[in-house]
Design a protein around this ligand. Sequence first.
Ligand SMILES: *[C@@H]1O[C@H](CO)[C@@H](O)[C@H](O)[C@H]1NC(C)=O
Ligand SMILES: *[C@@H]1O[C@H](CO)[C@@H](O)[C@H](O)[C@H]1NC(C)=O
Ligand SMILES: *[C@@H]1O[C@H](CO)[C@@H](O)[C@H](O)[C@H]1NC(C)=O
Length: 267
Amino acid sequence: MLFLLILSLIYPTMSWPDGAPCVHAAYESMNPLEAVEHQGGLQLSVPPYEIKVDQKCYWRNQPIGITLQGLNESVWFKGFVIQPFEWDNGKLGDRMGQLMRLDDNGSWQQQCFRYKNSATHSHDENKKHMRMWWKADEDSRTVQFVATVVKHQTMFWVRSVLSTPIPPCRISRFGIINYVPPLPTVPPPVKLFKMETNRVFGNERITPLVGVCEEMNGNVTVKKHIYKVYRILQLSDGFHAIPAKEQNVNNVLPEQNGAGPIIPNLK
Ligand SMILES: *[C@@H]1O[C@H](CO)[C@@H](O)[C@H](O)[C@H]1NC(C)=O
Ligand SMILES: *[C@@H]1O[C@H](CO)[C@@H](O)[C@H](O)[C@H]1NC(C)=O
Ligand SMILES: *[C@@H]1O[C@H](CO)[C@@H](O)[C@H](O)[C@H]1NC(C)=O
């Protein structure tokens, strides 16, 4: 119990405060559950968000504006991932085209610069409207913008905020009429161990995984991951992570093989 209390002091905010990381699992799943702190937050209700697209159809190489926003002005969000997918009668295919910035708003960024088809937040301030642009160098397929939206750490909708599908103007000027988005469904399970793999390879955009410890729950050993701390202290026996309000080293993390807390790659 005490341990859980300490945990909640350690990470009161989102686990990806500066955007979804450019790692394969998070890119493919668009699922915040890739980070353990988000457990229990999946919402299967109709999301209170929408993606508005400026036009009903698109022309090749001509950017169109899209806006992710709440259904009304009192709804905000902290984080998101948005990706454009080929839409074929309700079935989603490959990602298509690229997302681009035509204003100076730095509140979003490309999730992976190599592939410009996934945008994510760049800070976790509350947001009401996120505007960006999209274009494709083809005009044979219909596109649908699909978003995961995080209201806060334990409340998010995974891939269930959907734009109306936007066909090429060459095929239909009027778009898809009377489109009704499907209800949210349970996303495929995520593999949390990938976060550890990521730590080993040192992706800096992930909040550092500062420790893994095991806790007894009945006769089951539960592995706990600790992601975020406020202060790093160098003591005689190495680096230690100290939450801002908990200055006692011994209370931070159980010792691992007598080696003290695990701190990755501190310079
Ligand atoms: C805005 O939308 C939210 C979520 O759908 C709803 O709970 C709230 O009552 C709405 N507020 C107003 C002023 O319509
Ligand atoms: C950028 O977008 C955010 C989120 O909607 C908004 O709060 C902010 O005012 C915008 N900044 C600029 C410079 O347009
Ligand atoms: C503990 O182990 C016993 C025997 O293996 C098992 O019957 C029992 O269900 C376990 N208890 C818990 C809480 O898992």
